[in-house]
Structure formats: C-alpha cells, structure tokens
Design a protein around this ligand. Structure first.
Ligand code: GAP
Length: 450
C-alpha cells in the first residue's frame, strides 16, 4: 500500500488533500491522471448499466434531501457504528474492530458486551498499548448541516440509494418502464466514519454507483440476484482484478435486517487483506413501503397485462467508485526488469481505462520539421482521445514516463516520417514497435483501444 500511495502522489493520480494546511482528516484529491481514471470507470459503469441495457434508466439526484427520507429509511436512528475512546492517548476507534482484532470475537451491535470484553480482557489500545477504555457508545454516521428556509437538521446523504427511491413514482409516471426495471445513479455520499483509513478505501466523502432494481415479489429473485453477482464480478474483472483475487462473502442469516432475504459482498484481496468492494442486497419492499408510509404517497406498480397492483421488491447492487479506483491502481501496478538490466514501473491498466491513451513524440526537439509534424498528428487525434505531447529528454525516458502512467501507445515522428508519412507505434505491454502510415493511426486506435 505504501508504494501505491507514494506512487499516486508522485505521478499525479491521488494527492493528500489540504496538504499545505497540514492535511485534513484522511481526505484526498484526485490529480489529473486519477481524475481521468475515475471518469473512465464511471463511463464504463454507465455504459454497462444504463446505455447497453434497456431495463435501467439513470438519474442524478441531490446530496441534500428532505430529512424525512432518512427517518423513513432508518438512518436517523439506526445508521450507527460503535465507538470507543482510549482514555490514555485520546484516540477514537471502531469498537467492533478493536474487539475483533484483539480477541477474534464478532460482537458487532452488542455495545455492553463489547465494553465488558474490552475491560475484562484488558484489550490493549492499538495506538498506545494502554488498557483504559471508555464505555462503547453508538455514533450516528450522518453529517449534519443547516439549510436556509428549512427547519430542523439537514444531512449530507450517507448513500445515493435514498435519492433513487424517492424518484420511483416520477420514473414510473414519466418513463415507459416495466417491472423488472432499475434506476441507476452515480454520486457523492458522506459518512462520518469513526476511522477513515487505508488510503481511498475508507473515506468520509466518497462516491457510489448504485442501482435499485425493482422486481415482481412473485418472480424468481434468486436468479436475478445471481445474475447481478456475476455482473459485479465481471465489472471488477474489467477494472483489471484477477478472478482469484475476488471472493463472495454471504452475510449470516441471523445478521440480516428483518426485511432482507440475502446480502452478499464481493470482496477483493487488497494489500491489507480481503475487504468489501461491492455489495448486493435483497431489500424486499422495505424502502418503497417505508417511503410510502412516511410520505403518504402510494408507491406501487400497476401490471396492466395481469391487472395486478403491487409494491415491487428491490435488489440493490452497489459499487464504491473510490474502491474501484483503488482496485484498478493495485491491479495495474507492475515493476519489471527489462533488457539491459533496467527496471520500469508500468501501470498495466486495461486499455479502455488508461488515463492517457496516446503520447506523441517528435524524435528530436530541435528539428522544427519533426516537431511540426508531431504537433499536426497530436492536433488531429486530441479531440477523440486523451493524448500527451512530449518532446523532453531521450525517447527511452519518454517511454518510461508514459509506462508509469499506463499509456497504451506511444507514437514517434522521425526522419522517415518526413520521407514517407509513416510513424512508429510502440506498445506499452510488449514494448514492440511497429511502423504504420499516419492515415492508419485513427483506425489502429479504434481497433486497439476498445
Ligand atoms: N445503499 C447501500 C449501501 O450504501 P454500503 O455497503 O454501506 O451499502 C456501498 O455501501 C458501497 O459503498 C460499499 O460496497 C463500498 O464500496 C462503498 N463504501 C461504503 N463506505 C465507504 C467509505 N467510507 N469509503 C469509501 N467507500 C465506501
């Protein structure tokens, strides 16, 4: 992880945020290459979820929403984590994590039991080694704020899902959707996590890509559930994850909420161990029924073919965007020995995710005719692909720079170009070069960057 974190800063993928002011609570900015990577992941998700399917529509709802929503969903009272403070070093921890790491006991949700274990078993503080704990208390994870013209607390949404459920009626009324259908959304979510850690894995401000998939309560939900699981695994693979680095973790029946029939996490083998990447939950009719109850509006679906009216059940595939970025970075990072004893760092992103698709080099910086030709090529492709122009240093160094940011192709304009309008195209992974005509470049890219 340390290598990835410092690499990301050095190469403009992810910066610690507010750094000139001494940092700010484990928050991060995506740098220019990180932003391109992030946008490419969002585009890929939208393409697979909304564009290529005819049963899912996309929306973009607000972060600030009527607080009744969070009462209805149970977040106001129940969206809590257990916290405990070390009285010696004053550090705050997730109590269930401290207990589990020290004793192997999973006591999530059992506050008194956790206090007892921490005190009786003299569990040591992971920070200072003392054993002097406060009682375990619940902390609501929603960020509170205020809004002019609105009485009472307002919250930054803790998940994007809420903004989807409250548009169910508008979607039914305005779009020609038929159950089963889904609503997808990408956007920010905020949680006042007790401990934000592991780089961009656990943040307080993060992005989710979520789908609420509405089904007939009488349909074979297991099949639909399994298809979504496969979809999620496939999506992780399209980020570069190896199949063997993924696993499914099914939540124990007794730990499920009363309305849920099944919840499975897709876990990825991060450098700090297998941890949740995506989640998939059967939520029954809980959300629509609750919003119906709290809003007084009927949230039903009318099946005209069978003259039936019902409240659909929901299957919810949820994807953490920042965790997708982390997987793409970890999976792509390679240190390789190359000919001549040299080493290179190469980010082997799947080509469709690479932040920069093409770099264009004039062989020599001080030959205006080479620079002019290279500029012409750059100008002709920059509208279609993210490109970089680089005339600095020897070609080997320029290749290394592009390898480090994962650019799939480098084009060099040399003296032969001036004679016969051909260029060399060098492949990031094989490091092989081939000569093609300038006019073939666009079709080459179209074919190879899919
Ligand atoms: N609507 C369901 C829901 O929000 P969740 O498991 O709490 O479920 C969904 O969150 C996904 O959001 C997770 O699988 C994870 O990828 C991502 N996520 C959750 N908390 C996060 C955090 N603090 N930082 C970064 N990503 C987070």
């Amino acid at each position: 992880m340390e290598k990835i974190v410092s690499f990301c800063k050095r190469k403009g993928f992810v910066f610690p945020s507010s750094e000139i002011y001494g940092g700010f609570a484990n928050s991060y900015s995506y740098g220019p290459y990180g932003t391109e990577l992030k946008n490419n992941i969002k585009k890929l998700w939208w393409k697979k979820v909304v564009q290529e399917r005819n049963d899912i529509v996309g929306i973009d709802g607000p972060i600030l929403l009527n607080s009744k929503l969070w009462e209805a969903s149970g977040h106001t009272t129940g969206f809590n984590d257990a916290m405990v403070d070390c009285k010696n070093c004053k550090k705050r921890f997730r109590a269930d994590h401290v207990v589990e790491e020290a004793t192997g006991k999973d006591l999530e949700g059992q506050l008194e039991e956790m206090t007892k274990v921490l005190k009786e078993e003299k569990v040591k503080c992971p920070e200072c080694g003392a054993s002097d704990w406060t009682n375990v208390r619940n902390l609501n994870l929603m960020f509170k704020t205020e809004m002019n013209g609105y009485y009472g607390d307002v919250y930054l949404r803790p998940e994007t899902a809420g903004a989807i459920f409250i548009e169910f009626k508008n979607i039914i009324d305005s779009m020609r959707v038929k159950v089963p259908f889904g609503i997808g959304q990408i956007g920010k979510a905020f949680r006042n996590e007790i401990v934000a850690r592991n780089f961009i894995f656990r943040l307080r401000e993060f992005e989710q890509m979520e789908i609420e998939y509405f089904i007939d309560p009488e349909s074979k939900w297991e099949e639909i559930f399994d298809k979504w699981l496969e979809f999620q695994e496939q999506f992780a693979i399209s980020l570069g994850a190896k199949k063997e680095d993924l696993r499914r973790y099914e939540h124990a029946k007794e730990k499920l909420s009363h309305y849920s029939r099944k919840t499975v996490d897709i876990e990825y083998k991060f450098p700090f161990g297998f941890s949740e990447l995506f989640g998939l939950a059967h939520r029954g009719d809980f959300d629509l029924s609750q919003h119906s109850k709290f809003s007084g509006k009927k949230l039903e679906y009318f099946d005209a073919e069978n003259n039936r009216r019902f409240v659909p059940h929901v299957i919810e595939p949820t994807f953490g965007l920042d965790r997708c970025i982390l997987v793409a970075l970890i999976a792509a990072y390679n240190e390789e020995k190359i000919d001549g004893g040299d080493e290179r760092i190469v980010m082997k992103f799947p080509k469709h995710l690479a932040p920069i698709k093409l770099a264009i080099f004039p062989l020599l910086k001080n030959k205006p005719e080479l620079v002019k030709k290279a500029r012409e090529i750059f100008d002709s492709v920059k509208g279609d692909y993210m490109c970089e122009f680089d005339d600095n240093g020897n070609i080997g160094k320029r290749y290394r720079r592009q390898d480090e940011i994962g650019t799939p192709y480098c084009v060099t304009v040399d003296f032969e170009t001036l004679e016969n309008n051909t260029i060399t195209v060098r492949d990031r992974d094989t490091m092989e070069q081939k000569r093609i005509k300038i006019e073939e470049l666009k079709s080459f890219l179209e074919e190879n960057l899919k």
